[in-house]
Design a protein around this ligand. Structure first.
Ligand code: IVH
Length: 738
């Protein structure tokens, strides 16, 4: 190749790649396949390698292909955007109703709810100030979403001005696409040679999240209003009334919303909506029930991510039959070996499914986690004709197998006993349905999965460093463990240079990445705890631990101190299990508590360790299984060293101090006896919302005992310890609820 040819080729490639980028990222209508795109980029790089002096200023090598150059700005929601708990059958609905009535202390009185379709779209929060639309944001992780104001303004169902609205009003609802508009859009996509959208929901999401609002304008999106966030004046006294007011202000609301009295009424509306589902012009995936009285809603409040006053009653999963081509074993971040079904692609409820979970080895063999027979004991084999289903957003599952279609010569599936990724022994502990790789840090699959978890949205959420990039960097040997992310820049004296020479990385993206990493050196304690990927420690538990211990050193010191008690607890679990088995064999009653206390006594654990363990398992929401797993992770020398290397590089921010204006902030409160004005659950939730810790037992650490009629030993113990005791009215007066 001559220099002139090279120059001409580089110019042509730069133009083609730029056009492909534009089609993919801005118009959402890819014009060439991924493979063809990669080929162009590789060819460009090869010519640049041969003629470095000819590299263009706008070289595609320096541009990021994987994501748009500019993202949306972030919006912090004034009131968290919640999701909904799910009910899958009539029993779940009855359970929801009875827990609501119990929480409110309503006895057998039937409660009024609203029931409305659950629209299968994406939620959007619209902020109006003095009647003017000032901001529209997607849900994101519930706390922070994306600013899509310019796009929302192009949706005709969304008024930009309101009459008679409170000064501040955040309207929440669902953006969706109708079936007819979806079909038209896909026709247009196909005519343009672009990939059609899999379903109206994906089309709506893809259309709303366009950087160019003109593209959104060309996509026929709609909006139903069904809830609200921050609000300066209440809209009404009931859910139904509030939605009526939104309708009066010009919003589209769903006309299948009705008021129902009690469970039977809810279920009959559910059946009515289910019957109409196929004829509705938009997708729905269930029916949402909400407590109608807004006073009750306020009392019920929220769990960490869902309201107590609402639930989504989902429609049954959609089913399809297909061939099981093979079974792959994936290794997760905690070493779990998960069997994945690779299927002949089949459409299930509008989405093409080619992978599905098979849960674990027992499931494949026809047993559930308790060892009971499922599917009449039929096992699942490679080559089988299997039934696949999707329930909501969750990963598709293999449910059943048709033995009449089993090909000849199939063999039962042999679950591996070594890790397919690192060859270490894969061990299944007593009572655990999961077989796990014992390779720990030496297993590359575990390391990569841990890293992916570490950078995920609820964890460190580093812009520009997602699962794909982490895999790339791990493969290149640049990042082995989380701490390496923070030394990435330093380890290359010419880090930028190295990074930008990689395909897909340019000057700007490399600088942005290092900036984003630097920004996350300061991290809230709860996020840090969650990001470590410790088994059983999810987002909620991480938040609870952060609130309780308040800093990393306090947490680790206390959990270290509790270690002997944790081990004694595990030994006691094992002895207890052995006793149960022996007793079952001898046909006698198991002496569980004797065996437990004898084992714990034999371990002669110090008082300090016992107290530290009691403190840990005393944290609301932290059970013994989680506490043991946390203790194991911190006691594992390799893992602990990796945590230490990481935390040495971070500034860890303690959780917000409980609101100081509350007289019970930071205090430990115990409720005992009968409460007459509220239920125990409500009292606990209210106290916690005011920054108090609620404990079940009285100890020297208790600040306050709230005792109703019938209080017994706890009241006596509190008196002995000189702890302040209040009756229910005294408590309500103290917290200003009287
Ligand atoms: S109410 C605090 N009502 O379902 C409660 N949500 O699975 C806020 N959704 O995030 C939600 N139709 O995006 C509500 N009629 C409806 C809904 C609805 C669809 C979506 C919403 C929510 C998700 C939870």
């Amino acid at each position: 190749m001559t220099e002139d040819q090279a120059r001409a080729d580089l110019a042509r490639l730069a133009a083609s790649i730029a056009a492909a980028n534009d089609a993919y990222h801005r118009k959402d209508t890819p014009e060439i396949s991924d493979a063809e795109y990669d080929r162009l980029k590789r060819r460009n790089l090869a010519i640049e390698d041969q003629f470095p002096d000819l590299k263009r200023d706008d070289s595609p090598t320096d541009q990021v292909g994987a994501r748009p150059a500019d993202g949306f700005t972030k919006v912090s929601h004034a009131v968290r955007m919640m999701s909904l708990g799910n009910a899958f059958d009539d029993e779940d609905v009855a359970g929801f109703d009875s827990s609501v009535r119990k929480y409110l202390g309503l006895g057998d009185t039937s409660l009024t709810y609203t029931a409305e379709p659950k629209i299968d779209g994406l939620s959007l929060s619209l902020r109006y100030e003095h009647g003017k639309l000032v901001q529209a944001a997607t849900r994101g992780d519930g706390e922070t979403g994306e600013n899509v104001t310019a796009n929302a303004r192009t949706i005709s169902d969304i008024p930009t001005r309101l009459n008679g609205a409170p000064d501040i009003l955040e309207v929440r609802g669902e953006v969706y696409m109708s079936h007819a508009d979806f079909a038209d859009l896909n026709d247009r996509q196909e005519q343009a040679g672009a990939k059609p959208f899999a379903n109206p929901r994906n089309a709506a999401a893809g259309s709303l999240r366009q950087l160019d609002p003109e593209i959104t304008r060309a996509r026929p999106l709609r909006f139903f209003a069904y809830a609200w966030g921050e609000i300066s004046d209440p809209l009404a006294e009931t859910q139904f009334g509030a939605v009526e007011r939104l309708k009066g202000m010009g919003f589209s609301t769903n006309d299948l919303t009705i008021r129902c009295h009690g469970v039977a009424d809810l279920l009959s509306h559910y059946r009515a909506i289910e019957e109409q589902r196929a004829t509705l012009p938009y997708d729905i995936d269930g029916v949402v029930y909400k407590v109608d009285d807004l006073g009750f809603q306020a009392r019920l409040g929220f769990r960490s991510t869902t309201p107590r006053w609402a639930i989504a009653h989902k429609f049954p999963a959609e089913l399809a039959w297909t061939r099981l081509e093979t079974i792959d074993i994936q290794v997760g971040r905690t070493g779990a070996l998960s069997p994945v079904a690779r299927l002949t692609p089949v459409t299930v409820g509008g989405v093409v499914v080619s992978n599905a979970t098979l849960h674990n080895e027992d499931y494949i063999q026809g047993r559930d986690s308790k060892g009971e027979t499922i599917r009449d004991g039929k096992d699942i084999r490679i080559g089988d004709w299997v039934q696949v289903y999707r329930a909501g957003d969750v990963i598709p599952k293999v449910a059943d197998v048709d033995l009449s279609k089993r090909p000849e010569g199939t063999q039962p599936f042999k679950f591996p006993t070594t890790c397919p990724e690192c060859g270490s022994e894969a061990i299944r502990e007593d009572g655990d349905a999961i077989r796990r790789c014992s390779g720990g840090v030496i297993c590359p699959a575990q390391a990569v999965e841990k890293l992916k978890h570490f950078v995920s949205r609820a964890a460190f959420d580093i812009e520009g460093l997602g699962a794909k990039q982490v895999e790339q960097f791990h493969g290149d040997g640049w990042i082995q463990e989380p701490a390496d992310i923070f030394t990435l820049e330093d380890r290359f004296s010419n880090g930028l240079q190295q990074l930008k020479n990689r395909e897909g990385w340019g000057d700007k993206s490399a600088t942005n990445l290092f900036d984003a990493i630097r920004e996350k050196r300061t991290i809230p304690l709860a996020r840090l705890i969650f990001s470590l990927g410790i088994r059983h420690v999810g987002e909620v538990a991480a938040r609870d631990l952060a609130l309780h211990y308040r800093n990393w050193t306090a947490l680790t010191t206390s959990v270290d101190l509790a270690r002997p008690a944790a081990l004694a607890h595990r030994a006691a679990d094992r002895e207890e299990e052995a006793e149960r088995r022996a007793a079952a064999q001898d046909g006698r009653r198991a002496r569980v508590s004797d065996v437990r206390s004898a084992t714990i006594a034999a371990c002669s654990v110090s008082e300090d360790a016992t107290a530290a363990w009691a403190d840990l398992v005393g944290v609301d929401g932290i059970g013994a299984t989680l506490a043991l797993s946390l203790s194991d992770a911190l006691a594992n020398t390799d893992e602990r060293a990796a945590f230490d290397r990481l935390t040495a590089m971070l500034t860890i921010v303690p959780p917000d101090a409980p609101s100081n204006d509350s007289p019970v902030a930071g205090k430990t409160v115990v409720f005992t006896g009968t409460l007459e004005k509220m239920t125990r659950a409500e009292a606990k939730a209210r106290a916690e919302a005011l920054g108090a810790k609620v404990s079940g037992s009285v100890s020297a650490k208790t600040h306050l005992l709230v005792a109703g009629p019938g209080a017994g030993s706890k009241a006596k113990k509190a008196a002995d310890l000189g702890i302040e005791v209040l009756n229910e009215d005294g408590w309500l007066a103290l917290i200003g609820d009287a």
